[in-house]
Design a protein around this ligand. Structure first.
Ligand SMILES: *Cc1c(COP(=O)(O)O)cnc(C)c1O
Length: 364
């Protein structure tokens, strides 16, 4: 008898997610210090000071279970977004909401359509339920091919994911194209719009995905506190949908998946509009700097609506940058072996990256 014989076939066939070694461990191995972390699209400014104060205040209460309903955070979000409280689903990161969607809607044989390269969690949650991922390539400009996505939908399609702006390319789709796509979808396909980077968007014609929740009940919009709100380590994400849709996701959710510290910090972070504005402005300046400097090094960059940038540096540059103490995300696993994804950092971090790239160029 082997344990493998007992395991669900679709779980046995999953490729284990490799989170990579901790940066501190790699630094020790290579004898580096003070590396720059530009690989995970985190907020370079750090968390809001108000969120940090809320965490300190919450510490003494951690012997109590958290509010399983997340009432304070729910109220705050409902008010901020002008949506009904019952239409919100709070999760341990938006990753948990993706899991809940898969658990709630997918069975073996169902198909799930999404663009590729896009967020790595989509194929993982789909395969985890034994459903079939259907990946539609981005167009030549690394933008969602919405017509291609629409054409890939069959009678077996249960869910379509649209990541807007798209990770790892930073590209976005505009309202006209998105609205046409959403209107064309069969009403029995669940539309998941992943807006993890929406607070960074600069284009004026960005789609109003929340409005589609009212127009088309099988729709959910995902947001997160991990990016501009700077709380990635606490794991807070949420979905906005109809109260009925939300009630089904709630059935398979662990009641205490959102811990007490995370809830307290999230409420404070959402209230700190000044921190969000500062983060957005720092990002816009850093993005402009990186576009100019990478351009000067003849490195092709993809115009981005987020806090990261897809750059065509050539193959192997991610590993070479690690030796320079700069961590970016190599894109070989996404079928883009010549590209890296770079998170916009603090001005001095961006300069470290540019100098390292220049050194590599001169050494080559
Ligand atoms: C970072 C990210 C998320 C958020 O994940 P959390 O689980 O909330 O940290 C979701 N979708 C995309 C596309 C992302 O890049």
């Amino acid at each position: 008898m082997s344990i493998a014989d007992l395991v669900n076939a679709h779980v046995r066939d999953l490729e284990p997610y490799e989170p990579g070694k901790p940066i501190e461990e790699i630094e020790r191995e290579l004898g580096l210090q003070g590396s720059v972390k530009l690989g995970l699209n985190e907020n370079a400014l750090g968390p809001s000071p108000r969120a940090v104060a809320a965490l300190h205040a919450a510490v003494d209460g951690v012997h109590r279970y958290p509010d399983g309903h997340g009432l304070a955070l729910r109220r705050k979000l409902a008010q901020r977004l002008a949506v009904p409280e019952a239409g919100l689903v709070l999760g341990n990161g938006s990753d948990e909401i993706l899991e809940l969607l898969a658990k709630t809607f997918l069975s073996p044989g169902d198909e799930v359509v999404y663009a590729w390269p896009s967020f790595a969690m989509y194929p993982i949650v789909v395969k985890g339920m034994g459903a079939t991922p259907v990946a539609v390539p981005l167009d030549a400009d690394h933008v969602h091919d919405l017509e291609g996505l629409a054409a890939a939908i069959t009678e077996r399609t249960k869910i379509v994911f649209v990541c807007n702006p798209n990770n790892p390319t930073g590209t976005s789709v505009g309202a006209e194209a998105f609205d046409r796509f959403a209107a064309s979808l069969p009403e029995n396909v669940v539309l998941v719009v992943d807006e993890a980077y929406v607070e960074y968007v600069r284009r004026d014609d960005f789609p109003d995905a929340l409005a589609w929740v009212e127009r088309r009940p099988a729709t959910i919009v995902l947001r997160t506190l991990s990016k501009i709100y700077g709380l990635a380590g606490l794991r807070v994400g949420y979905g906005v949908t109809t109260p009925e849709f939300a009630s089904y996701l709630e059935r398979s959710r662990h009641p205490f998946s959102l811990n007490a510290m995370a809830q307290a910090a999230a409420v404070a972070a959402i209230d700190d509009e000044e921190h969000v504005t500062r983060s957005r402005e720092l990002n816009a300046r850093g993005m402009a700097y990186l576009e100019t400097e990478l351009g000067a090094l003849d490195i092709e960059v993809t115009p981005s609506d987020s806090n990261f940038l897809l750059a065509r540096t050539g193959a192997g540059v991610d590993a070479a940058l690690v030796r320079e103490g700069v961590f970016v995300r190599g894109m070989a696993g996404f079928g883009l072996p010549e590209h890296v994804r770079v998170t916009v950092g603090l001005p001095e971090e961006n300069e470290r990256l540019v100098k390292a790239l220049r050194r590599l160029r001169e050494g080559a």
